[in-house]
Write a protein that binds this ligand. Structure first.
Ligand SMILES: *Cc1c(COP(=O)(O)O)cnc(C)c1O
Length: 399
């Protein structure tokens, strides 16, 4: 177990200025220099332990980045002010006018909207594909293609990307493979599986407290240095910096991530199995009925389980809405977007997080209007939670 991501986080030690067990919080937007020569040097290259200006890098963001890099197995990482800050900076860094991206069509709505509506302003177009269909992806690749973009487990249908196979394609055509691992930290190690760049919304499981918005990009030294470059780096020039106070809070929460992920996973497994037994249509990677069950098992790190996300098909949108209102009333959790929180959160993807995706395309992806996405919380008494969900299901006549 020496290689476990939790052990890597635990072994990354930084102390505070006076030996505090947590590193001191960086409280300066800028940094002093003893000599003009040293400052000049820092404008040209990164110098270990030296900081120039907080938007470029600050100690608290650096510690969080190094911890995430240790977890992921990358050289280093850049933390960002949001998951979207991480995703947009990464893509803007990788593409130029005239380039093309090939992206999974079942991705986070904001990422989809960025590629579909925003990047064309800069002459960058995106082909959206079924990420499970490697033949379709290979056919879509042309001389303009620069990037393959996907999520390890996609939002909201929980489809799995075969990262090792995607990497083979990327190598064949000299493309960069970018993977969003927001749903499955620790469960999957996309960099080790073959991604060149791993992006995160830390807002979700990684932080887990729903008190901060943050993101990260984990990759090799060269790519992260290019993001931070004072002349042409997207992180430096677009400015999605993470506040150091938030960074220091998130760093502390990362140390409990493995405990939380295991609890999210075992709770979700229990709920998913029982909902399926009731005859409901449930999408959960831990169920043998899950379409990519074998592939999931072969790529995952089993000690962390199958994750905290369940999607339930309530058939009609009205039923889905009534179910969520009732579940909130029964204190199952909150009717809210987002995920990876200590309490359960539920929303209906078609009308919320995936609403950026046109309805015809939602249908083509198999996203029906009655889907309810549940991010299962850390509930101690999950049997009681199941009873409350059952009561809500009966109330809307689903069982
Ligand atoms: C929430 C989310 C994002 C965006 O992250 P923010 O921190 O809200 O900017 C990106 N990808 C996935 C998979 C997400 O769930």
């Amino acid at each position: 177990m020496k290689e476990s991501p939790a052990r890597k986080i635990q072994d990354y030690q930084v102390f505070g200025e006076f030996g505090e067990v947590n590193p001191s919080v960086s409280d300066g937007a800028t940094f002093t220099f003893m000599t003009a020569e040293k400052m000049g040097e820092l404008f040209h290259q990164e110098v270990e332990g030296c900081f120039l200006y907080s938007r470029h890098l600050n100690p608290s963001d650096f510690y969080l980045g190094q911890t995430l890099a240790a977890m992921e197995g990358t050289d280093t990482a850049q933390v960002m002010g949001s998951g979207m800050g991480a995703i947009t900076s990464t893509l803007m860094q990788l593409v130029h006018t005239g380039d093309e991206i090939i992206s999974s069509r079942t991705i986070y709505g904001g990422s989809y909207a960025f590629m579909k509506n925003f990047l064309p302003k800069f002459g960058v177009s995106t082909q959206f594909v079924d990420i499970k269909n490697l033949k379709q992806i290979e056919n879509a690749i042309n001389e303009k293609t620069k990037v393959i973009y996907c999520e390890t487990i996609s939002n909201p249908l929980l489809e799995l990307s075969d990262i090792p196979e995607l990497r083979k394609l990327a190598d064949k055509y000299n493309l960069k493979l970018v993977v969003d691992n927001t749903f499955t930290p620790m469960i999957f190690a996309p960099y080790k599986l073959g991604a060149h760049i791993v992006v995160y919304s830390l807002t979700k499981f990684a932080n887990g407290m729903n008190d901060a918005v943050a993101g990260a990009v984990c990759s090799d030294h060269d790519f992260i240095a290019s993001l931070r470059n004072v002349n042409d780096g997207a992180a430096m020039l677009l400015g999605p910096v993470l506040d150091p106070i938030r960074a220091s809070m998130i760093l502390k929460n990362l140390h409990t991530l493995h405990v939380r992920i295991k609890q999210h996973s075992s709770n979700a497994m229990f709920i998913a199995e029982n909902l399926e037994k009731l005859g409901l249509k449930v999408f959960y990677p831990g169920l043998p009925s899950y379409a990519q069950y074998k592939l999931h098992k072969s790529l995952m790190s089993e000690r962390y389980g199958f994750g905290g996300m369940i999607t339930l098909d309530a058939k009609e949108q009205e039923t889905a809405t009534a179910l969520m209102e009732k579940m909130q009333e029964e204190k199952v959790g909150y009717f809210a977007v987002s995920l990876g929180f200590y309490k359960s959160l539920f929303s209906s993807p078609g009308s919320s997080t995936s609403s950026e995706i046109p309805v015809e395309e939602q249908n083509a992806m198999g996203m029906t209007p009655g889907l309810v996405r549940i991010s299962i919380g850390l509930d101690d008494d999950i049997e009681e939670t199941l009873e409350r969900i059952k009561k809500s299901l009966k109330y809307v006549n689903l069982i």
